[in-house]
Each structure stands twice: as C-alpha cells, then as structure tokens.
Design a protein around this ligand. Structure first.
Ligand SMILES: Cc1cc2nc3c(=O)[nH]c(=O)nc-3n(C[C@H](O)[C@H](O)[C@H](O)COP(=O)(O)OP(=O)(O)OC[C@H]3O[C@@H](n4cnc5c(N)ncnc54)[C@H](O)[C@@H]3O)c2cc1C
Length: 371
C-alpha cells in the first residue's frame, strides 16, 4: 500500500522520539521533533539493548554501528553481597533463539548514533522548545499526528489526555547510576548483579574496560540530592562489597553519577485521543528492574510506523497501536515491579535466580510481535 505522507509532531527527543523520527522520516512522513533541553539527554549510564531492541536497531540501519560502540554480554550472573554466585543465565542461548544479539551501550553513544542517523536524513531537532499544554492544542491543529515521547514524570501529552489523573508511583528505592572501568587485565563479558537485603549493585560491561553500573537501595522519596551526596552514600553503603563493585566505585567518573528516585506508572486504559498519542515512558514507564524501558520505547517507534503504513485511517492505526502494544508493555511493567519487590520491599523475599523463565520463554516474550 502507498503510504499517505503525514505531518507528524514529536514532543521529546529521547530514545522513543528519536527512533520514531528516524523510522517515520524513512517512511516518507514529514516530521518535526521538539526537545525542551538545549541538547540530547544522556540520563542513565547505559542501556542493554536486548534482541527485541536490536530488531528495531536493524530496521533503522543502526545494528552494526551500535555493535561497534557497544559490547556483547554473554552471561548474566547473580551474586550475594559477599560475592557468592547464586545463579547464572546464558544470554547467548536466548540471543540465538531470538536471532538477534544483545548489546550493552553507553547512553551517550546510543543518543549520538540516533542523532547522527536523523541528521543524515536531513532532519533537525528543535532544541530549547518546551511544549506546553496550550501548545499541544495548536500542534493538534497544525499536524496530522502529535506524538508525546516526553518521558515518565511530567509528560505534557499525558496531562493533555488524562488531566491530573495519572500520578507516577514511587516504589521505595533509589537508583544511583554511573560509568566506570574494569581493572586492567580483567576480560569480563558478564552482566553481574550483586544483591543484599534491600540493596543491589549491578555492573554491565560495555567495551574497552568501560562499564555502566547502578547501585540501588531502599529509601523514602525525597528531593534530589547533590552529586557529592550520592558519591559519599555509594562509598559508605557498598564499601564491604566484592572487588568488582569497589573497582567501579574507585574508577567512577563522578560527573557521570546521578541518583533517581525511580517511579513507574500504572498501565493505562488508553494512549490516544483524536490525533494526540503518547509512546515510550510517557505511556508505559516501567522500573529499571524491568531492563526493558528503552527496548519498549524502540519497539513503540517501529510498531507505530508499521501501523501508519498499513492503514491510512489514523484512528484505526492508533487504536491498533494500543491493542498490539498494551499487553507486552504491561508485562514489562509487571516484571519490573516483581523484581523490585523481591529486592527492595520492607521484608524482601529470599534471593532467587536471576530469571525463573527459561531461555525459550524469554525469547518468545522478547520477540512477540516482531516479525
Ligand atoms: C535510572 C534509570 C536507569 C535506567 N536504565 C535502563 C536500562 O538499563 N535499560 C533500559 O532499557 N532502560 C533503562 N531505563 C529506562 C529508560 O531510560 C527509559 O525507559 C527510556 O529512556 C524511555 O525513553 P523515552 O524516550 O520514552 O523517554 P525519555 O528518555 O525520558 O525522553 C523524554 C524526552 O522528552 C523531553 N521532554 C520532556 N518534556 C518535554 C516537553 N514538554 N517539551 C519538549 N521535550 C520534552 C525530555 O527532555 C527528554 O529528552 C532507565 C531509567 C532510569 C530512570
């Protein structure tokens, strides 16, 4: 079917907005991308692009490039806080069942790859442009479709669709993230997850000794703290934890450290009204313990462009988008909450294997809907 070119406004140049801008432009749509920041955000030390995300990276023509700047973890290992191995999970088996690799990449590298791809398509991002609720109305009149890819906490598009009725939910733990280096001579292609009671430290190798990491612990919600507070707190809490954790803390580039009181949102009954739609975290933010936030944001971008191609009727494309995406994104949100409950609740459950799913089950879940 010939796609009828649409004028699409995208609010937010995060992973979801950038991927949608690339895929929709490639499909011939006329895209405008608005970002409130003065440059691209690189919040989060890094992300692991599991095979479902690499499927979308391939559709954008970026799979080989991301493999050049990223790393390919082979194994996921779970330890207790003394370094005793509790469970292992073979990532390569799931990759081969899915037919795509898993790639760990620093956030700044991922964002710059997406920005480069957009630039080579001749599209520019309009920076320093914070869209307001009033702007959403105007954009709705000027464009065929307005897509809110404006993140989890204060999405103006979600506000336009739901007024005050959606409050991001705090789950009682803080996530402090950063970038560090493994000690010279250690060649480690395993994602290592050290867990104590109500505390966790995860390390993801990327390449050339670089890793991104996250330390997390139970904490009441509070206002943001300065970077120095998070650095002191990390050193205090994890000072007796195993060597790989110490390596990260000692080599840590303190400019990369940030702490987030992480919220998610409950699954929502709709994501669009008229020609205004939300995608990514704005629609279905999950906890970092799902490991799927950025991956689902990428999937959204691919599914939306596919549906716009399959149907010229916008309403049926947007309804189809919700129907096809809702159960998978809700499952990712649920997994994030279950893992968080095991590690961070007031009475944490005993430590359990990294994944109770078999490789076959996990690969079926990840690749669901991607053909
Ligand atoms: C601490 C932490 C660690 C994480 N680690 C991982 C991980 O390892 N793996 C993974 O897959 N996911 C991870 N995630 C989740 C992942 O970061 C998100 O799911 C993903 O970035 C969602 O992308 P998005 O584009 O929907 O939103 P965002 O990345 O939040 O992008 C939203 C963009 O919209 C812009 N914006 C907001 N409001 C406006 C406005 N009014 N006007 C214009 N622009 C606006 C923002 O400036 C931002 O650039 C993590 C999240 C957190 C908080």
């Amino acid at each position: 079917m010939m796609t009828i070119t649409k004028k699409i406004a995208i609010v937010g140049a995060g992973v979801a907005g950038m991927a949608l801008a690339i895929l929709a432009t490639k499909q011939g749509h006329q895209v405008s991308l608005f970002e409130r920041g003065s440059n691209l955000s690189s919040l989060g030390g890094g992300v692991t692009l599991w095979p479902n995300a690499m499927f979308v990276m391939q559709k954008m023509g970026l799979d080989k490039k991301v493999m050049q700047v990223g790393g390919t973890p082979c194994m996921m290992r779970q330890f207790d806080q003394h370094g005793l191995l509790q469970a292992e999970f073979d990532i390569l088996t799931v990759n081969s069942l899915c037919g795509f690799p898993s790639v760990a990449v620093l956030r700044r590298e991922l964002m710059s790859l997406l920005a480069g791809a957009l630039e080579s398509l001749g599209r520019e991002i309009t920076f320093n442009c914070a869209i307001t609720a009033a702007d959403v109305m105007t954009l709705g009149q000027e464009f065929d479709l307005v897509v809110g890819a404006d993140g989890r906490m204060n999405s103006v598009i979600r506000h336009a669709l739901y007024a005050e009725n959606v409050t991001p939910r705090y789950h009682g733990f803080v996530n402090v993230i950063g970038v560090g280096r493994q000690r010279k001579g250690i060649l480690n292609k395993a994602i290592d997850d050290f867990r104590g009671q109500g505390e966790r430290f995860g390390i993801v190798p990327v390449n050339d000794g670089w890793c991104y990491w996250a330390g997390a612990w139970n904490a009441p919600a509070a206002n943001d703290h300065p970077r120095a507070y998070w650095c002191d707190e990390l050193h205090r809490r994890f000072r007796d934890w195993p060597d790989p954790v110490q390596d990260m803390l000692l080599s840590c580039d303190s400019a990369s450290v940030s702490g987030v009181f992480v919220h998610d949102i409950d699954p929502l009954p709709f994501w669009h009204q008229g020609n205004v739609l939300m995608i990514g975290d704005a629609a279905h933010a999950s906890l970092p313990t799902s490991g799927q936030g950025a991956c689902q944001a990428l999937e959204d971008a691919w599914h939306l462009t596919r549906l716009l191609k399959e149907s010229d009727d916008l309403e049926s494309a947007l309804q189809g988008f919700y129907q096809q995406r809702q159960s998978k994104t809700s499952a990712a949100q649920w997994v994030g909450r279950q893992v968080a409950k095991k590690v961070f609740s007031e009475q944490p459950e005993p430590l359990l294997p990294a994944s109770t799913l078999s490789a076959a089950e996990l690969s079926r879940f990840w690749m669901q809907g991607l053909t």
